[in-house]
Design a protein around this ligand. Structure first.
Ligand SMILES: Nc1ncnc2c1ncn2[C@@H]1O[C@H](COP(=O)(O)OP(=O)(O)OP(=O)(O)O)[C@@H](O)[C@H]1O
Ligand SMILES: [Mg+2]
Length: 239
């Protein structure tokens, strides 16, 4: 690898590490600040609503307000979850991805089918975060853009590669436009997938056409991202 490319990759890695730290900071602040305050407001509203008679003209307003605050609490939870994959630390990557898929299925009308093989302890911690974020972006794009009724996610190890396939039967789009916009730089989801895959030394492609659904395919070589002793120890190794 030439020096300039190596330098560029190192900068990219630093960018993503900084981004994860910043996301963690925002998630903790949201959780401990806004999230806690909303719970206090909700509890107070309930107490007040319970204390006034149902004939009181403000009773309905209070009940409606409580509903809005409950929605806001759910929304903050969802944002925190997106910002910080708590599950990744607690459950390991395989269960974290499964849990992300279950959440997507339970909060949308899309029928998600998944085949997720056990990939725990195969990758370094950094690689795991990239993999998790790639899958998350693929799923979020389906939820946001596809209008699909069905989606299929396959994550498997084959020929010393991690293979990820995320496809939907939704409205699809014209891919060249996306590639043009990706050239403008990091920030958009697909551009970020491209950059993460590059860091992992893998390959990716997106196939789509209007009316024909979308298929995102990714191949990541195990040997370049392997954790010899499990993710945690690999991190200590590198210090
Ligand atoms: N599964 C999909 N179905 C239909 N269209 C898609 C799908 N995935 C991506 N697209 C199209 O490709 C565009 C680019 O996707 P990309 O993830 O880069 O950006 P975004 O989702 O619009 O914004 P961001 O990811 O930054 O929140 C989307 O705006 C959408 O038009
Ligand atoms: Mg996106």
């Amino acid at each position: 690898m030439d020096r300039q490319r190596a330098l560029q990759l190192a900068l990219s890695k630093q960018f993503f590490q900084g981004q994860e730290l910043e996301r963690k900071r925002i998630a903790v602040n949201l959780h401990d600040g806004l999230g806690q305050n909303l719970i206090v407001i909700k509890n107070q509203l309930r107490l007040i609503a319970e204390a006034i008679p149902s004939t009181h003209e403000d009773k309905q307003k209070l009940v409606a307000l409580e509903g809005i605050v409950t929605q806001a609490i759910d929304e903050v939870r969802r944002i925190i979850n997106d910002l910080r994959p708590w599950h990744l630390d607690q459950l390991g990557i395989t269960r974290a991805i499964k849990s992300m898929l279950e959440f997507a299925a339970s909060t949308s009308r899309i029928d998600f089918a998944a085949h997720v093989e056990d990939i725990d302890s195969l990758f370094t911690k950094d690689a795991e975060i990239h993999i998790y974020r790639i899958v998350q972006e693929g799923i979020n794009n389906i939820l946001k853009h596809s209008q699909a009724t069905e989606a299929v996610v396959v994550i498997m190890i084959q020929d010393d590669h991690l293979r990820i396939s995320i496809r939907d039967n939704g409205k699809g789009f014209i891919v060249p436009n996306v590639e043009e916009s990706m050239i403008k730089g990091i920030g958009h989801g697909l551009g970020t997938i491209a950059e993460r895959v590059r860091i992992l030394g893998g390959q990716w492609k997106i196939e789509s056409a209007p009316g024909a659904g979308t298929r995102l395919s990714i191949e990541i070589p195990l040997n370049k991202n392997q954790s010899r002793y499990g993710g945690e120890i690999e991190n200590i190794d590198r210090r």
